[in-house]
Ligand binder design. Sequence first.
Ligand code: HEM
Length: 404
Amino acid sequence: MEQQRQVRSGIMTPVKGLMTREERLHPFSFFKTMRETSPVRYDSDRDTWDVFRYEDVYRVLSDHTTFSSNRNAIQNREDSASLIGMDPPQHTKFRNIVNRAFTPKRVADLAPRIEEITHELLDEAAGKGAIDLIEAFAGPLPVIVIAEILGIPREDRHLFKEWSDKLVESPDVQQADAYQASMMEKARVAQELGAYFKKQLDARRVNPGDDLLTVLLDAEVEGERLNEGQLLSFCLLLLVAGNETTTNLITNAVRAFTEQPELQTQLRKNPDLIPGAVEEALRYYSPVAAIPSRFATTDVELGGQMIKKGDQVVAWVASANRDEDKFPDADRFIVNRNPNAHLAFGWGIHFCLGAPLARLEGQIALQAIIERLPNIKLQADTELQPVTSTLVYAVKALPITFDT
Ligand code: HEM
């Protein structure tokens, strides 16, 4: 008889071995041990499989037929409303439509505006000599950029930022009351934001603009358009998937620069190395530590373990990206590492839609930081705090000093 394990959302339970502040700040020796001793491991507390080696993570992400992103697929239930949880053919159609909004040309055209926003933020920061990088720069930048791309009016930007911040908050599961409250607040914010986007979309139906919302409204593939529910859930996905991740890319890169100051000298001397440094930061301190939402559609063997149909599989990208079998000297930040086939943006059909934008923002931001904030150091006596979720690799704040 076919075993049907109940898929719980146990993924929020902390991963054993990544419980303390120190372990979450430096998870890489835990990942190494897992790759060596239990590369594909069942965790009964969370009722999930954890996958740690590059080869296996790559296989999970590449084979969407066996490892579906749609938790309903196993029971042949309804389609997912969100791109990230869809399977083909629904995913293919939807992705072809939204790809129109993220063509290389559309993204490249954004460069001058991203540069302007970057320098506006740094104009304020540069004279201060000491800032929290996230608060002063890495937090606002992606939110302002996506707000502009979507065509959100300037006067609503602060609202938009508040909503966006709330949506990605990762409350501490250990504190049940606070967790519950935060989840309810998120649901409320999602509703408010949904209503807001609906108003914005309605306005563009009457009065089209030159922005992403208009492109999404108009985009059509094989006679199909996005319906209103899909449009709204896609707008929310852009905020959830794009803002905190880009903030963490920039912050993690600068954290690495404070740990290895010679990188700052190297990059200042040779700005051509910046794109490579962005890729290496994505590999070395991967902002999305794990991709949690894959579900086996059939019994399947992986790394010597038998995964049952319906089981949840978590792909530990941050571990795969430190796998010595793939990356020689994996624990060293090598600015001009080549090849550098990291999995920080995922792989396969769900490969990050916003990767070209994230790369562009990362490159512009790091170049400007290196130019304008010389001699970056962590503020004295700083104890970095990891964010609460183990799925995200990031710190809550990055207090730095620099020469003015
Ligand atoms: C998908 C990482 C920035 C939009 C993904 C996935 C990863 C990822 C790992 C795959 C998820 C999966 O397979 O289940 C990142 C990182 C970023 C970043 C590390 C920044 C450094 C962005 C930005 C946007 C964006 C800026 C949009 C503005 C998306 C979307 C998907 C996605 C829409 C779903 C694609 C699909 O299901 O076909 N991202 N992302 N991301 N990302 Fe990103």
